[in-house]
Design a protein around this ligand. Structure first.
Ligand code: UGA
Length: 433
């Protein structure tokens, strides 16, 4: 099929590149010409394992194109995916300006009977509003707008594309369901064929429930510390119950990224528009906002004085295998440390360029774990990158004056550290020094 994807951001690029890889002829459209040029030369503007290789392969095969030209993008295509941003407004409401603009723009070029698929995360009811818009703008074209939310995770998006747990398609009739299903014919998975409103809700409810799971275990973790339990063992035991499942029960310094914080807010806002409250989601958000205090409290307990203390921050990305620092808990920790005039030495294998853009020379950047921890009083582990887990123990063991390690991701093993090193972890009773 001939497919056009609007938006070369995270969702659009992964979707477009992978759709070309399963045999479709794909054009990725973006108004940002600089980005289009970068992509044409085979460069992916963010770090996502495996993506660049697939992109280059399909550009070479001539079934993947990048463009800013509207006519070329939309005039001869069967399906247009909308994958533009839906950033949160001040009250949490998802801003749909880009979505509506994209549909308005594409529909004027699209041929009759083609389909627009909304991939962007949008509040329930949006797809139907877009259907009405198309009927108004191009009444004779018989365009259909459907919903097909995405569940890719940053850092494993390519893997998630090929092996999704499910594909959700929201449309008002079975012909459209089947047409969209046939796009994914090569992917073996379960399909949820439903209405646009239900598909839109599935996306928000999924992200919100995952956020609830994380905040729940984070609350349990704080209590574990008080009663002398170990949250990792508790999560293991709880997760063995198939009705609960073991994933998203890793306690830590809270969730970040461009999805959970934004989507929980948008869901709370959506409910408020119907005079409803999402009390559990609201609580998950509050617990998450508060969870960073665990780290800040431990920093205060570990330093005799924070002013001019040398503190290493290991991990800046909101999770491993990405260079994305949006809503990363690390940023809140850094802001606090800078405000308290600490000297902050940072390391992240991928996210340092993005961090430099935001913080400039207020931080000192180091290319290795060893260099970042040198001469520090406290070492904070904020993202569970493999390279940090591998190199940190030996680096600390070899230091003469040993810093305290505060592991906000519970990724270090006590056994790998010398016995005189103080290791603080989430949801574990404080250990003897
Ligand atoms: C999330 C969802 O997992 C995807 O299914 C969805 O498509 C995506 O949002 C989206 O809406 O676009 P993502 O934000 O990439 O994906 O990352 P996750 O792997 O879900 O992690 C989110 C945050 O939760 C990270 O900060 C991570 O460190 C944290 N987390 C995750 C925990 O603190 N504990 C856990 O047990 C799991």
């Amino acid at each position: 099929m001939k497919v056009t994807v609007i938006g070369s951001g995270y969702v659009g690029l992964v979707t477009g590149v992978c759709l070309s890889d399963i045999g479709h002829e794909v054009k990725i459209f973006d108004i940002n010409q600089h980005k289009i040029k970068m992509l044409e030369s085979g460069q992916v503007p963010f770090y996502e394992p495996g993506l660049e290789k697939i992109l280059k392969r399909n550009v070479k095969k001539n079934n993947l194109f990048f463009t800013s030209q509207e006519r070329f993008a939309f005039a001869d295509t069967d399906i247009v995916f909308i994958a533009v941003g839906t950033p949160p407004g001040l009250d949490g409401e998802a801003d749909l300006t880009y979505v509506f603009r994209a549909v308005q723009n594409a529909s004027s070029y699209m041929k009759e009977n083609s389909i627009i698929i909304v991939k962007s995360t949008v509040p329930a009811g949006t797809t139907e509003k877009l259907n009405s818009l198309c009927k108004k703008l191009v009444p004779n074209k018989n365009l259909t707008v459907a919903s097909n939310p995405e569940f890719l995770r940053e850092g494993s998006a390519v893997k998630d594309f090929y092996k999704p747990d499910r594909i959700v398609i929201g449309a008002n009739n079975d012909v459209i369901h089947e047409k969209i299903k046939s796009l994914y014919a090569l992917i073996e998975t379960e399909y949820c064929l439903t209405t646009p409103e239900s598909a839109e809700m599935i996306k928000y409810a999924s992200n919100a429930l995952l956020a609830v799971k994380i905040s729940f275990i984070n609350e349990v973790a704080l209590l574990c510390e008080e009663v002398g339990a170990d949250v990792e063992e508790v999560a293991l035991g709880v997760g063995k119950d198939k009705r609960i499942g073991s994933s998203f029960l890793r306690a830590g310094i809270g969730y970040g990224g461009s999805c959970f914080p934004k989507d929980t807010e948008a869901l709370i806002y959506l409910a408020s528009q119907y005079n409803k409250e999402m009390k559990i989601v609201q609580a998950a958000k509050e617990v998450n906002d508060r969870q960073i205090n665990w780290m800040l409290d431990h920093i205060n307990q570990s330093a005799t004085q924070i002013e001019h203390a040398k503190i290493a921050v290991l991990g800046l990305a909101f999770k491993p295998e990405t260079d994305d620092i949006r809503e990363s808990p690390a940023l809140r920790v850094i802001d606090y440390l800078l405000q308290r005039k600490a000297e902050v030495q940072v390391f992240d294998p991928k996210a340092m360029p993005n961090t430099k853009n935001q913080y400039g020379t207020t931080l000192s950047y180091h290319e290795t774990v060893e260099a970042a921890v040198e001469n520090t009083d406290i070492v904070l582990v904020l993202t569970e990158w493999e390279v940090i887990i591998k190199h940190l123990p030996a680096a600390i063991n070899s230091m003469i004056s040993k810093p305290v390690i505060i592991d906000g991701r519970n990724c270090l093993e006590r056994i790998k550290l010398n016995s005189d090193i103080r290791l603080v972890q989430v949801g574990k009773a404080s250990e003897e020094t």
